[in-house]
Design a protein. Structure first.
Lengths: 229, 712
């Protein structure tokens, strides 16, 4: 399983794991509707049916994915409110001048595991996407802290005082197409250079980002003058 | 009431008192944004609009965003700058420039639609803007630094993580602030967008630029020198705010239409497509890339990046003319293409770091060469210069020249105050007659699309206040001349091309293809005057106020679509469609043109107060007295014209001069169509009142400069 995070070892908080454990009598109990705590202590949730992969060597840094994300979800343009983050250093050298941080829809999903209310959950009706139900979120930010990646792939919604995360566009009231694993994802749709891809095959669940970093450059890219290596 | 598309506040920076004042954007809503908003703010806050010196403390410089910045409107990520510049002759006109990158977008996330810069600081300052918190800082230790160093030092002072992957950083100053919903400033992964000047600006040179990130530059107007005169080193903006959008669904739908209908399919692209919005990302450099290890780099929201960041560590984000300002001399010494490319890109970096406008080099270097060859410029010569002219073409010479021009040293001591001004000072007026000094309009260098050939470029520049640098119709030259030069297919025949374009020239020239006929017989006609009007009004709103990118808009024709009609003015993805989706307006395409006319008239009112008269509206003498024989790239200039039988053909229009008397007739036609006084070129009461600018008319009348006559 994936890494344990410091929060899980914090004796003070009521994590989802503790919540589930406290309710378990037989060593195997459903957590909400989607998690199972095994007798050996592992917390198992269904694998997501979709993942975003990116090519940081290809990205043109236009920020369109960030704008599309916030617009599709909230109807407003916001970088801080985007579920995908593009970070750039104008003076840096390719390829280390840019980094893309997208939610990995983790197999073990520490953010889901740590949520004390079930707000951060596995949406079985929508391809097991890990998503936050804002109605249940109490704004404890434990999911943000539990994310093992830097930057954290969850965002703090300053206005609503709740956490939010990528849902592969399941809940996008401003998108007039179906979103989610069986639909489209706004960031994938608008990326002018197709530097963001969607796959149903789960990338390797290592801590390193490399499994979600793929080469999306092809003969067209090479013809445009840039390396496809 | 929600002001869709706007941050809602405008920031006034009083540098003299080091005081920040906020005003509501709503008061200026009718001007849209960008240039229109900037001109309106300049009108209100520049108390002496007769000034003709950009260094006058009364000068006001305005940075303005567009409602479209950062909203997914395609290729609309620029930021407009207006004020009295430093780079025109015979006077410093009220003028404009604009800059790409992230600044306009981040300014809005920081809470402001515009920044009005007033007064003059007593010592160097930089200004830190974070979520509407504004702090003036001493910039003594930044003064003298290059543009990259200044930005990196400010990032460190603000506390931006050095490592991209460090993650979210908090804009709160205390933990208590973060915990209180009323004060929480939020978090961001982004770096502050900084606009700064280098030594060329600090030394108040006409070539001083505003630079943002590595290669975004507001250059031609000389606003860097104006900032230098105000002791303003830099403005940094960062924020976590959001911009409300009226109809995000419509916005996303229109963006999808752009990418799926108008942009060439990236999986099977048409690499030779004739279109502006529909190109694949492609480095727009005048030299080959130094390596294939690079990414296209784009302004915020662009569908087609045109710059690059390389693995080799130089040339980042530099494009277009800046990549080749030193090409001609470097070609003489470079022993390989690789060396030629490296000299050019490193020379470009030098200019970017000094914050020096390189457009002087388009024709200015030829002039200096001419003076050296004539024996009047050099060590101990009439025009003394200790620059190592024997090393002309080397990178070392380029760097010394950039330093001299930026720091008022050697010949830079004179050229810093203007190249044409220097020609007069050096007694070289004759070079403006022979064309050895090819500075065509208002003391600015010929752009390469000579007024004697591409007339709308020349007319627009001289009827305005600067080299327009608006490639709306210039794409015709690019497509047709390149096809002719390299024996490529003419993707659209001349008659079809002008027909498609004219469909979109509403209202003045709709379905009037004759307005595009630049033949000798038609180049001074009222037809062309109508085209120039449309161009002036289109650009003042859509390109300079809505801030659509010059390289991507307008998209008149587009070979990616079945009917070859481009996105411009279309119902599914036209310029106004994005505007309406963001702002909630019900703007028609023609409404945008009319708003552009209003802005253009306000600009002319300012020029009129500055002393403009039609008698001053003259090209440099060589435009009338010599023939255009050699282009920047080709010995021909192809354009659609009607032949003797009235048939449309692509024809070479090089080899002619401008007729002075016929140009006067053209001016009269233009002024009449605009409803301006044909004797003076000044706006009239009737025209101004028709544009809801009665107050402007009253000001002109009080100054004794209101035009006589009625509207068109």
């Amino acid at each position: 399983m994936g890494p344990r995070n410091t929060h899980l070892d914090d004796p003070g908080g009521m994590t989802r794991r503790r919540f589930v454990a406290s309710m378990a009598a037989t060593g195997c109990v459903a957590a909400g509707s989607s998690g199972v705590l095994l007798a050996d202590g592992r917390f198992v949730i269904p694998i997501a049916e979709g993942f975003l992969v990116v090519d940081t060597k290809k990205c043109q840094g236009c920020g369109s994915c960030m704008m599309a994300c916030s617009l599709a979800h909230s109807g407003a343009a916001s970088y801080s409110g985007s579920r995908i983050q593009i970070m750039q250093d104008s003076f840096g050298d390719w390829p280390d001048d840019l980094f893309i941080a997208q939610c990995r829809q983790c197999q073990n999903a520490p953010c889901v595991e740590v949520c004390p209310t079930g707000a951060n959950h596995v949406d079985e009706a929508n391809g097991n996407v890990r998503r936050v139900d804002p109605e249940l979120c109490i704004g404890c930010r434990m999911c943000i802290q539990a994310c093992p990646f830097t930057p954290a792939r969850l965002q703090w919604d300053t206005g609503n005082r709740k956490s939010q995360k990528c849902d592969l566009c399941v809940d996008t009231p401003h998108l007039d197409e179906k979103g989610g694993p069986d639909g489209i994802q706004a960031c994938v749709r608008v990326c002018p250079v197709q530097a963001i891809g969607f796959t149903r095959e789960m990338p390797s669940q290592t801590l390193a980002d490399s499994s979600y970093q793929v080469n999306l450059r092809d003969w067209v890219w090479k013809r445009l003058g840039m390396t496809a290596e | 009431m929600t002001l869709y598309g706007y941050a809602g506040k405008i920031l006034r920076l009083d540098l003299t008192a080091q005081r920040a004042i906020e005003i509501d954007t709503g008061e200026y809503r009718s001007w849209g944004g960008g240039h229109g908003l900037g001109s309106a703010l300049f009108w209100d806050f520049c108390t002496d609009k007769t000034i003709t010196d950009g260094t006058d403390p009364a000068n006001v410089v305005v940075l303005t965003s567009s409602p479209l910045n950062g909203t997914l409107a395609p290729s609309a990520g620029r930021c407009e700058v207006v004020g009295v510049g430093l780079n025109t002759h015979p006077v410093h006109w009220y003028t404009r420039s604009n800059i790409g990158g992230r600044f306009g977008t981040m300014l809005r996330h920081a809470g402001y639609d515009a920044i009005v810069i007033e007064g003059r600081a007593s010592s160097p300052v930089w200004v830190d803007v974070r979520n509407r918190k504004v702090v003036f800082h001493d910039a003594s230790d930044l003064w003298g630094t290059d543009t990259q160093t200044a930005q990196e030092r400010i990032w460190r002072r603000i506390g931006v993580p050095r490592d991209l992957k460090t993650g979210w950083w908090n804009l709160n100053e205390t933990a208590e602030e973060a915990l209180d919903p009323a004060t929480d400033q939020g978090r961001t992964t982004q770096r502050p967008a900084i606009m700064t000047i280098g030594p060329a600006g600090e030394n108040v040179t006409c070539g001083g630029c505003l630079v943002h990130d590595a290669g975004n530059v507001a250059a031609v107007a000389g606003f860097g020198g104006v900032w230098g005169s105000k002791n303003l080193k830099a403005i940094s903006v960062i924020g976590t705010g959001e911009i409300p959008v009226a109809d995000a669904t419509a916005l996303l739908r229109a963006r999808t239409a752009i990418q799926e209908k108008y942009v060439s399919n990236i999986e099977q692209p048409d690499f030779e497509a004739w279109t502006k919005i529909g190109k694949q990302p492609k480095l727009m450099a005048m030299v080959p890339p130094p390596t294939d290890e690079y990414r296209p780099q784009a302004c915020q929201g662009c569908v087609s990046g045109c710059r690059a960041r390389y693995s080799v560590g130089y040339g980042h984000e530099t494009k277009c003319q800046v990549t080749s300002w030193y090409f001609a001399p470097a070609r003489r010494v470079a022993k390989s293409t690789e060396e030629l490319v490296e000299i050019n890109l490193r020379a470009a970096d030098a200019a970017q770091r000094y914050g020096l406008n390189t457009y002087f080099a388009l024709t200015g270097l030829h002039w200096l060469e001419h003076l050296v060859e004539e024996g009047v410029l050099g060590p101990g010569k009439t025009i003394h210069s200790e620059l190592p002219w024997e090393d002309y073409g080397t990178l070392e010479f380029a760097e010394k020249l950039v330093h001299a021009l930026s720091c008022r040293e050697d010949i830079g001591a004179d050229l810093a105050d203007g190249w044409v001004q220097t020609a007069y000072k050096w007694g070289r007026e004759k070079d403006l007659r022979t064309g050895h000094m090819a500075f065509s309009y208002w003391g600015q260098p010929e752009h390469g699309y000579d007024p004697r050939a591409e007339v709308e470029w020349g007319y627009g520049s001289i009827l305005g206040e600067r080299d327009i640098c608006e490639h709306c119709f210039n794409i015709i030259f690019t497509n047709v001349t390149a096809a002719f030069a390299f024996a490529k297919p003419m993707r659209i025949p001349a008659e079809e091309l002008v027909s498609i374009i004219s469909e979109k020239l509403s209202p003045y020239a709709k379905n009037r293809p004759e307005v595009l006929d630049y033949s000798d017989e038609n180049m001074y006609s009222e037809d062309v005057a109508q085209l120039v009007r449309w161009h002036r009004h289109y650009t003042r709103f859509y390109k300079e106020s809505a801030l659509y990118c010059d390289l991507r808009w307008p998209d008149f024709y587009n070979t990616n679509t079945p009917d070859r009609r481009g996105a411009t003015a279309s119902d599914d993805a036209g310029e106004h469609v994005f505007w309406n989706a963001v702002t909630g307006d019900d703007l028609s395409f023609d409404d945008g043109i009319e708003l552009g006319r209003r802005i253009w008239n306000l600009d002319n009112a300012i020029w009129t107060l500055q002393g403009r008269h039609r008698d001053m509206v003259q090209f440099a003498p060589f435009i009338y007295e010599t023939k255009y024989e050699q282009g920047e790239l080709f010995p021909f200039f192809m354009w659609p014209c009607r032949d003797a039988g009235g048939e449309w053909v692509y024809r070479d229009i090089m080899g002619r001069s401008m007729d002075r008397q016929k140009f006067e007739g053209f001016k009269t036609s233009f002024y009449r169509l605009e409803g301006w006084d044909v004797a003076s070129g000044w706006p009239t009461r009737t025209t101004l009142e028709g544009l809801d600018l009665a107050g402007v008319a009253a000001t002109l009348e009080a100054a004794g400069r209101l035009g006589k006559g009625g509207s068109s």
